[in-house]
Write a protein that binds this ligand. Structure first.
Ligand code: FES
Length: 141
């Protein structure tokens, strides 16, 4: 290969390398992007606290899952967030001593309002309003 041909070929390869590197960096940015938009289904359902299946909610620290929502009694206040972690969709659980929700799959953590506090999840959990009328909780949002 003569000198001219060598310089043409190596210049073209260098250009491909620059473009390839830029595309790789851009794709990494997209996969690591985060969102402040909470993720979760739209729901509107009732929970009857007098039913045995919901009895754990009558005790501070208790929680149940229903309709893809985790409902918890956080020290006497009822709270509800989306059940599916925004990372890979594992089910989060309520940790009463930490007043937070934890994902068992990769260690994602969320505060008691569903805000992301740690781990790989890219977005917060959707928080739902919980209203109480006697023994009936209504979860909506
Ligand atoms: S699925 Fe929840 S942290 Fe990965």
């Amino acid at each position: 290969m003569d000198r001219r041909k060598f310089l043409k070929t190596s210049g073209a390869l260098y250009g491909l390398g620059v473009v390839g590197s830029t595309l790789f960096v851009e794709s990494c940015k997209k996969s690591n992007s985060t969102s402040t938009t909470p993720q979760g289904p739209t729901v509107n359902f009732n929970i009857d606290l007098s039913q045995p299946a919901n009895n754990s909610l009558n005790t501070a620290g208790g929680a149940i899952s229903s309709n893809l929502v985790v409902v918890a009694n956080d020290g006497g206040t009822f709270i509800a967030v989306a059940q599916r972690c925004t990372h890979s969709g594992c089910d989060v659980y309520f940790n009463p001593s930490g007043h937070r929700f934890v994902c068992p799959c990769h260690g994602g953590t969320f505060d008691n309002s569903g805000n992301l506090t740690g781990g790989p999840p890219p977005a917060p959990l959707k928080k739902y309003t919980v209203t109480r009328s006697g023994k009936i909780l209504t979860i909506a949002g």
